[in-house]
Design a protein around this ligand. Structure first.
Ligand code: ATP
Ligand code: MG
Length: 394
């Protein structure tokens, strides 16, 4: 008998044509995430099996709970003997280590050549249990103990509990996007939601030293670090935005500061996307949250680029976004009080309905193409692997 971790895939099983690609990507992500553990990972079309020393189980399950594409996680037992008497004896042996009053046996038979069907196996194993364990009864509606038996070609797997996985599609199966990652609450949540749909993300962060501090940057790195646990690793592109912001501040009417600044951010992010083979931009804009997020503002800002912009939290209330941020562990970092480049140059009265023609006219007042080119050429890339964190857990 071997004790092991069994993974059941999520939504990916509905993608019939791509199933192998989905499962292989999930397997790659699991391998990468567990690279610091001594594990053996095998998979077939229905399940993934992780074998390792039992002392790592808790840590590994904590990691698996953050991998998209996993529907359920089970701690189970593998037996090579597949005849019905052995299954019965082994089930009873395992059950004798626990106490319960009522039970139900649920069998899944993926090996259709086996001599008994699922119902017959469940009935027979139920019989074994009733005969060998005192004072227990079958309850098919509300059993205290559920006994799952999976009959596969190579072996029989038995388990009693299922841990809920995070669901979604394996990260990377639906391409790559660039996440505009500020230190706020919204953008990490937006990144998380995009990853959930299978989009691998790289972050872009605009800093304005000395107006923004090293602490503000470290906060964004920490957020990227947390997000990388869902993404298996992550690149963060850091753009020095100081010159561009100062030029805008000096030359452009202040009610348009934010609009023009965001048009510049979009242009730069699109350049980063193209350079890195990403097909979408993801950000934390939410309709109506601030002046730059009215529908007219978003239109005038969006028009400078062609790459699709995905705004996963566009229609969420702030409280709904906060709930997700708390669940994914980014909230506590997001509320650290460090300044963002957007907040420093905020005018008293930002325009709520900016006009296209005015943006074009004002942008002629600065030599933005050269500034953008310089900023992209000299940008810093931070690779976040999260490996140090894994070591800490061991
Ligand atoms: P967040 O939206 O992350 O909580 P925020 O609300 O302070 O922070 P906004 O000013 O609302 O940020 O900006 C909207 C979106 O623009 C952010 O969600 C983020 O995607 C992007 N953004 C803003 N500032 C930056 C920055 N300094 N670097 C990268 N992206 C940024
Ligand atoms: Mg916001």
């Amino acid at each position: 008998m071997e004790k092991l971790i069994i993974i059941k895939y999520g939504e990916l099983t509905t993608k019939k044509d791509n199933i192998n690609y989905f499962i292989k990507t999930l397997n790659d992500n699991v391998k990468k995430t567990l690279s610091s553990f001594d594990v053996s990972i095998n998979y077939d079309k229905g399940r993934m099996y992780i074998e390792c020393s039992e002392e790592y189980f808790d840590n590994i399950i904590t990691k698996l709970k953050r991998i998209f594409g996993i529907h359920e996680i089970m701690i189970g037992y593998k037996f090579n003997e597949r005849n019905i008497d052995s299954i019965g004896n082994n089930t009873v042996k395992l059950l004798k280590e626990t106490t319960f009053d009522t039970f139900k046996v649920i069998t899944k038979r993926s090996d259709k050549t086996y001599e008994l069907d699922s119902m017959e196996i469940s009935r027979k194993i139920g019989g074994y249990i009733l005969k060998n364990i005192d004072n227990v009864k079958v309850d098919v509606h509300n059993p205290e103990k559920e006994i799952f038996i999976e009959l596969r070609k190579d072996a029989v797997y038995i388990y009693f509990e299922k841990i809920k996985g995070i669901g979604g599609y394996p990260v990377g199966t639906l391409g790559k996007g660039i996440l505009m990652l500020s230190g706020g609450i919204d953008s990490p949540v937006a990144g998380f939601l995009a990853m959930k749909r299978g989009v691998k993300i790289e972050g872009v962060y605009f800093e304005s030293p000395p107006h923004t501090s090293e602490n503000a940057k470290n906060k964004v790195i920490e957020l990227a670090n947390i997000l990388s646990e869902y993404n298996s690793s992550m690149k963060l592109h850091v753009i020095n935005f100081t010159k561009i912001q100062e030029e805008i501040y000096k030359n452009i009417p202040h009610e348009y500061l934010i609009t023009i600044m965001r048009r510049m951010m979009y242009r730069i992010t699109e350049m980063i996307a193209r350079k890195n083979n990403a097909h979408a931009i993801i950000n934390g804009e939410s309709i109506g949250q601030v002046a730059s997020q009215t529908l007219t503002s978003m239109t005038v800002i969006n028009e400078v680029i062609k790459t699709p912009v995905i705004r996963p939290v566009a229609c969420f209330d702030k409280l709904e976004i906060i709930d997700i941020a708390k669940n994914i562990d980014t909230y506590e970092t997001s509320i650290l009080p460090y300044e963002d480049c957007c907040t420093i140059f905020v005018p008293d009265h930002p325009v709520i309905n900016p006009e296209h023609d005015k943006c074009v006219e004002y942008e002629k007042l600065i030599n933005y193409e050269e500034l953008i080119y310089e900023a992209v050429k000299n940008h810093e890339i931070i690779k976040i692997t999260n490996e140090n964190k894994y070591q800490d857990l061991l």
